[in-house]
Ligand binder design. Sequence first.
Ligand code: GN1
Ligand code: MG
Length: 364
Amino acid sequence: MQNSETKLRQVIADFNIPGTLTALKANREGHINTTYISTFASDGSIRKYTHQRINSYVFKHPLEVMENISLVTGHIRSKLLGSCSDVDLRCLRIVKTRSGSLVHIDDEGGYWRTYHYIDHVKTFSTIKDTEQAFLLGKAIGNFQLQLADFEGNRLHETIPHFHDMGLRYRQLEEAMEVNHQNRLERVGPELAFLLENKERGLVLWDGMAKGKVPTRVTHNDTKINNVLFTPDGKEALCIIDLDTVMPGTILFDTGDMIRTATTTGEEDALDLSTIGCDVDLHRSLIQGYLSKADFLTPLERSLIVESGRNITQIMAVRFLTDYLNGDRYYSIEREQHNLDRARTQIRLMQDMDSKWELLSRSVE
Ligand code: GN1
Ligand code: MG
């Protein structure tokens, strides 16, 4: 464990959890926060909790992240309470500290949070069939629908300009100057492709900034493994990882779901021949999404397919930037991990381009 067990136990003890801690383990999913799962025994029942140290290199104001999550989960919960009995499976539930705070600050200034662990659910890193793609699209549409009447200006912008493509290209240019360990030498074709595509990539952010695309509450990280399914994969229950919920365009969410749920390979695959955009998954995913998202303007609808290419592009830019910066943002497990990630995203964009005509039919 990255944090010593003694320290972890001290952190956990500050959260308002009844009973005795009986087990503790690290969880390595996610590229950003450090996560642990605990088990507590209390009055003959066993409960699990998720504890996370919020990455303060990524989130400069961790308390604001938690204030957003508290508001958003409160809003969703109040809607679910009237209509279903298993709310805790369908919405994250925060555990506050004993003094009632949303975070615990450790002796090094690290910010920690705790949730009730949602057990007996499954996540996927790729989609297995069109039925599951439909369910996933529907869950994301439903999430947006649940928040459609939430006043976005109550939310903090946890990472300002998160999906601002122009900014992401400026960061890429700065990283080219950093050129950690002369890595530029290894990224010629990737860089050339991304620079050629810069102009086209500005469409979503600029459309929003100019007021043509409406600003709504968005999740901003709707990748497939942030959706919890029932163990048999027959129902998508809950959207997790609400760290980047903030005002944006819902096209950031359609984009990330397309990026992660229509691809035939893993985000960090080494064999690029496994990467492609599956036209059938794409159609089912978007149809599932549209079955819930009945509030779209014609322009938003017309940009859905483009959003998949766009968010794939921004991820390629961000992974390549981090590679050139010496891997400061995303956690990595091997030397070229961020470059491998950038390559799969570029491959996916290229495959989308070769099928564009077919993909465009998904919104019809
Ligand atoms: C990060 O937290 P996680 O691993 O779900 C990133 C997303 C990227 C994603 C790529 C705050 O998400 O923007 O799409 O990695 N989150 C942040 O897998 O930067
Ligand atoms: Mg995240």
